[in-house]
Every structure is written in structure tokens, then in C-alpha cells.
Design a protein around this ligand. Structure first.
Ligand code: PMT
Length: 401
């Protein structure tokens, strides 16, 4: 009974997969949730409202009652009531309406009004799913924090094969449980995270950089977002997929990162610096491409970049928690501990980037979490798991502050 007391609103739109939504309702009820179903007019052509009414033990809301006063009361009531709002199956049409804010029936009106987490399970013909218009709508919705599950690939009802099949009811219910069981221990906290690599330009076409993919920083950002934080990421160059529902500020060089940090840091509760920042930059940046001169070496003079973490540490506000990373190839603990002190950090995440499965551009990491009180070894795990451990540690530190 993991969902006892949870109010779940399920929007059902007109697709052949609508019959599978009956199983979603049934499974949710068995888990203890109270389910309210809203059906579009087209959905009622595929499956009778009575099925959902019987399974949910609640009145099903449809567009067959068109009286405006009924709409006004019901859509606001359900929009406010929802702990989570699920749309399954979601047609290309409802995705388009949601992306552009169209509210012309009971379901789209309620979706527009809700502040609850929305989870969407698309189901449609492959051509419709891959159409640039649909993909653009999906992108817009993801950027707004709407979660997507599926669609899966396989044989579709229309006879085509490809992506477009709704995820199985048990998978959708599993995702609902996962979302609703998350701890919200970062609610009301502002978290600033740096991610990715800086680039230091030599000339218009060449730069000095490193292998940071952004995976570590983005994993922390996603974990903090899911735990209720208001997250801002300042990102350099990345190859990892940009996470949804997170405010992003893009920078290129260490000096741009410095400027962005000086502007954003004062208003944060927690600052986590996972970006790989270049300690040096070319002393001179040429306006034109540097030309090859045969037979002679080229000497590059590098000048020091600002130490951003140190500058943030010097301006630390009361109640702030500062976390840095240390990417080391030797003397991991000694070097990391000296950075903890020099940069006035509360926590440093030391990763030995020579170890397989740790550091740059992999999905896993191995680290030691070091505070002034001691250290905790974090064995090989996904970057997302390590992100959760770092966030746990930050809360531990804050509870003692
Ligand atoms: O992005 P991924 O591919 O997932 O890789 C993850 C990672 C290896 C980049 C990450 O886990 C990591 O270790 N990030 C820190 C890399 C780094 O710059 O380490 P450092 O030891 O040189 O710097 C120590 C700390 O000072 C870091 O928090 C860094 O952001 C900061 N720093 C460094 C130099 C500088 N001029 N200013 C800084 O603020």
C-alpha cells in the first residue's frame, strides 16, 4: 500500500492504448491511491467511462457535461487536488495542446491549471512521434519539468513498427511510485552547481580544455531537483544530455564562470562546484588564426586564472554550504585536504581520475567525501548515486552548522 493517501489524477486521451489505462487505475488503487480519471471525448470512443468509474470508485470526468459552471468547479478542484497528474495514453494532440497552453476541453484545462508534477506516457504512430512538431513539443514540455515515460518501440496497432507504443501499465505505475516516494528534503533550498569544462581560447578556432562531460554536475543537479531544490547550473562545454526543468547559465571560460559565480553565489544556500576549471589561460588571445611557421617551435605563455572556489569561499555568506571537487592523479587525500582548507570549503569530493570507472566522461565515479571532521569512502557507483550521497552529506553538515 505504498500510495496510501495519494491523490492521482489520470488523463486518458483517444488512442488504442486507452484500454491499458484501466490496468493503471486498478494497480494504483491496489497500492492505496485515490484515482480521479478525466477522459477526452475521443477517449470515450475507445473505452467506456463506466470502466474507469468502476475501477476507481470515483465519478469519471468527461466532456459530455459541457456546462461551463461544471468545468470551472471540476477543473480547478482536480488541478489542486493532484499529488501527481498522469496522462496515459498521451496523443500527439494533447502534447501539442500542453506545449502551447491550449485549454479547450476538461483535460487540457485541468492540465494547464495544475501545479502538480505531470507524468506523460505518449502513445501514437511512429511517424507522428518522430515528426519534428511532436519532438519540439516534447522538448518544450521536458524543459518545463514535465516527465516523459516511453514510448516503447515495437509493433504498433496500426501495423507499423517503431517507437510509439505506450509503456506497460506496471512500468508507468512504478514510475509514479518512484516520483511520489521521493524525499523532498531540499524543498525551499537554492542550490547552485557548476558542470562541464571551461575553454580558454588561443585564437578564434583553437582552445585549451579538458575531458569533463558535465555528467557529474548534471547528476547532482537532477538529484537536487528531484529532492525539491530550486536548482541553477552554470555549465561550460558539455557532451552529456542537458537535464530538464533546471535553470541553465552557459559560460565558456574560467573568467566567465567567475563572473557568473560572483553574481549568483550570494543568493544560494548550497554551492557545489563540479566543473573542471582551467587553472591557466593563454596570456594572449589572438584575433586571427595563428599561422604555422615551418621550421620553428611555437611557445605558448599561460597566465593564471582566478581561483573561483577560493573567491566564493572568501565571500561565503552565513548559512551557506560550499562543496568543491578535487580531480587528482596522485596524493588524492593530501591534495584534496589542502584544497578543502585553501578554498574554505565545507566538503570536498575527491576523485582519483586515474581509476577505471572514476572521473571524466564516464557514468560512474569513485570518491572520498572529505570534511574537516573526517572522510567517507564512496566505492564505485553511478554518478547519480554519488550525487545523492553528496546531497545527504551536505544536509548532515548543515544540521551541524
Ligand atoms: O564532467 P564529468 O565528465 O562527469 O567529470 C567529472 C569531474 C571529473 C570533472 C568531476 O568529478 C571533478 O572532479 N571536478 C573538478 C575538476 C577540477 O577542476 O578539479 P581541481 O582539483 O582542479 O579543482 C578543485 C576545485 O576548485 C573544483 O571544485 C574546481 O571547480 C575549482 N576550481 C578549480 C580551478 C579554478 N581556477 N577555479 C576553481 O574554482
Amino acid at each position: 500500500m505504498g500510495l496510501t493517501g495519494k491523490e492521482i489524477v489520470l488523463g486518458v486521451t483517444g488512442g488504442i492504448a486507452a484500454y491499458k489505462s484501466a490496468e493503471i487505475v486498478s494497480r494504483l488503487r491496489h497500492s492505496g491511491a485515490n484515482v480521479h480519471v478525466i477522459m477526452t471525448r475521443n477517449a470515450t470512443e475507445f473505452i467506456a467511462p463506466l470502466t474507469f468509474q468502476t475501477l476507481s470508485a470515483n465519478q469519471v470526468v468527461t466532456d459530455t457535461f459541457e456546462a461551463p459552471e461544471y468545468w470551472n468547479v471540476e477543473h480547478v478542484a482536480l488541478a489542486k487536488l493532484a499529488d501527481i497528474f498522469v496522462v496515459a495514453p498521451a496523443t500527439a494532440n494533447i502534447l501539442a495542446k500542453m506545449a502551447s497552453g491550449i485549454a479547450d476541453d476538461m483535460l487540457s484545462t485541468t492540465l494547464l491549471a495544475t501545479k502538480a508534477q505531470i507524468l506523460v506516457a505518449p502513445a501514437m504512430n511512429t511517424g507522428m512521434w518522430t515528426a519534428p512538431a511532436t519532438q519540439n513539443n516534447v522538448k518544450v514540455l521536458k524543459e518545463r519539468g514535465v516527465r516523459m515515460i516511453g514510448p516503447e518501440s515495437g509493433m504498433l496497432a496500426c501495423g507499423d513498427e517503431g517507437a510509439g507504443r505506450m509503456s506497460e501499465p506496471e512500468t508507468i505505475v512504478g514510475e509514479i511510485c518512484r516520483i511520489l516516494s521521493r524525499k523532498q528534503d531540499y524543498a525551499g533550498k537554492k542550490v547552485l552547481i557548476t558542470a562541464g569544462a571551461t575553454r580558454e581560447r588561443l585564437d578564434p578556432v583553437r582552445f585549451i580544455t579538458n575531458d569533463s562531460s558535465g555528467k557529474m554536475g548534471f547528476s547532482i543537479a537532477e538529484a537536487a531537483r528531484d529532492r525539491g531544490a530550486e536548482v541553477t547550473v552554470i555549465r561550460g562545454s558539455v557532451t552529456a544530455e542537458i537535464p530538464a526543468g533546471i535553470r541553465m547559465i552557459q559560460i565558456e571560460s574560467a573568467r566567465e564562470l567567475y563572473d557568473a559565480m560572483m553574481q549568483k553565489a550570494p543568493e544560494q544556500d548550497v554551492i557545489i562546484q563540479a566543473a573542471a576549471v582551467s587553472d591557466y589561460r593563454p596570456a594572449e588571445q589572438k584575433d586571427r588564426k595563428i599561422k604555422k611557421e615551418s621550421g620553428s617551435d611555437l611557445t605558448l605563455i599561460l597566465t593564471e586564472n582566478p581561483d573561483i572556489a577560493k573567491a566564493v569561499g572568501e565571500q561565503k555568506k552565513p548559512g551557506q554550504t560550499l562543496v568543491g571537487f578535487a580531480a587528482e592523479t596522485d596524493n588524492l587525500l593530501k591534495n584534496a585536504k589542502s584544497k578543502l582548507g585553501k578554498k574554505k570549503l565545507d566538503l570536498i569530493v575527491a576523485n582519483d581520475v586515474t581509476k577505471p570507472g572514476a572521473g571524466f566522461n564516464v557514468d560512474t565515479n569513485i570518491a572520498v567525501l572529505i570534511t574537516s571532521d573526517g572522510s567517507t569512502e564512496e566505492p564505485l557507483q553511478t554518478k547519480r548515486q554519488l550525487a545523492e550521497r553528496i546531497l545527504d552529506k551536505v544536509l548532515e553538515i548543515r544540521n551541524k552548522q
